[in-house]
Design a protein around this ligand. Structure first.
Ligand SMILES: Cc1ncc(COP(=O)(O)O)c(C=O)c1O
Length: 371
């Protein structure tokens, strides 16, 4: 059996209620991806080409490269080992680089100390954009993440089995209608997505070929490099959410149950790992947190490749996508470089059931015994 890194869409395909379309998108305007939402939101927050955006150095190039290609300047700031920005360092960076906006990431579903950063930025007129791309189902003090800054971006396809789910929300002081009154773009074509997910599902059951093996990883990277050497970047119009995404967003029970399953998987996995002598990077789940992964410390740097060789969809982050500016300057960004090599991310998503948990734990036990 292969344990997939992302949830499967079977709940949607076998649902009785496919034609129900909710009448409201809630606070969101939808875009294909999170990065599209960010590029569309910046001008509405009053930013323009040449303005500086402060981003955590622990970030993926798929968010910084589009910003740079659109003419924004990106200033990097190392995060602390608790995955948070230090508000004093943020203040110093704002003064040093004349920062106009701060991108604050709620990493892996764990809520960042957003209130502190907003407190520092608001008096200076610096915009705070919450990056909720890993944390769509997380809340702080009962309020969903994305409600605290000036704006927030989402990438719901990282939490839900959908092909789209880039989304933008504003919390105040922006004429959002100027985006929404534009002609809506076409929603994503879900057919290709479902075909590839069905294929992935069959491979997971058969256990062959191992889509997480080094060989497949190398082929995938070569294809990506060959296929999209220079990705086009532009500001795109908001789209209508795809039908599967509407379906999930309208189903509050499903969303609540999804959080409950993920939290249960996290707690079971962390408890069993701790009993084996492995160390969870964040031992106790914060209240309201729906994590994207369980995070283990991997001091040998070998755990992720061991798990992937064994058919478990574990990974590092951002792995090969750490921006070159950060990867080439470990003295300025020691924590981001350390996190990129020393954290093993294990799947705990809503499609992980008892069989998958047993499989993950048996591979971990073999790993521990081999040390
Ligand atoms: C923290 C973070 N923000 C934003 C993005 C961009 O999301 P998308 O891939 O939907 O553009 C990613 C992508 O991996 C991410 O990890």
């Amino acid at each position: 059996m292969i344990v997939l890194a992302r949830p499967s869409p079977w709940h949607y395909l076998f649902s009785q209620n496919l034609d129900h379309v909710p009448s409201t998108a809630g606070p969101f305007s939808f875009y294909p991806r999170g990065r599209d939402a960010l590029l569309a939101g910046l001008p509405l927050l009053g930013l323009s080409q040449g303005d500086v955006i402060l981003v955590p150095a622990y970030i993926c190039a798929s968010i910084t490269k589009p910003l740079q290609k659109m003419g924004y300047k990106v200033a990097f700031l190392d995060i602390e080992s608790n995955l948070d920005f230090d508000s004093k360092k943020v203040l110093a960076a704002i003064a040093k680089y004349k920062v106009k906006a701060v991108l604050l990431v709620h990493f892996f579903g764990f809520p960042a100390a957003v209130k502190h950063i907003v407190e520092v930025c608001r008096p200076l007129g610096v915009k705070v954009i919450e990056d909720c791309c890993h944390s769509f189902l997380t809340s702080i003090d009962g309020v969903p993440v994305g409600s605290y800054g000036d704006a927030a971006i989402f990438s719901m396809r990282k939490t839900l089995p959908v092909p789209d789910g880039g989304a933008l929300r504003f919390n105040h002081s922006v004429n959002e209608q100027s985006v929404l009154k534009n002609t809506l773009g076409e929603p994503q074509n879900a057919v290709r997505y479902f075909v590839s997910r069905a294929l992935e599902g069959c491979i997971a059951v058969l256990g062959w070929p191992n889509i997480y093996s080094e060989t497949v990883d190398n082929i995938r990277r070569k294809l990506q490099r060959g296929g999209k050497v220079e990705e086009q970047v532009s500001v795109v119009l908001p789209t209508i959410a795809s039908k599967p995404l509407w379906h999930y967003l309208a189903d509050e029970c499903y969303l609540r149950e999804t959080s409950r399953i993920i939290q249960g998987n996290y707690n079971q996995l962390v408890e069993a790992c701790t009993a084996m002598g492995l160390i969870s990077y964040i031992p106790k789940l914060p209240v309201g947190c729906t994590p994207q992964w369980a995070i283990l410390e991997d001091h040998s740097g070998k755990l992720v490749s061991y798990l992937r060789r064994s058919g478990i969809g574990a990974c590092r982050w951002p792995w090969h996508e750490l921006p070159a500016e950060v990867a080439q300057d470990p003295l300025s960004y020691p924590i981001s470089n350390m996190l990129n090599t020393r954290l093993a991310l294990l799947p705990v998503h809503q499609s992980i059931g008892p069989y998958q948990l047993v499989r993950i734990l048996s591979v971990l036990r073999r790993y521990v015994n081999s040390l």
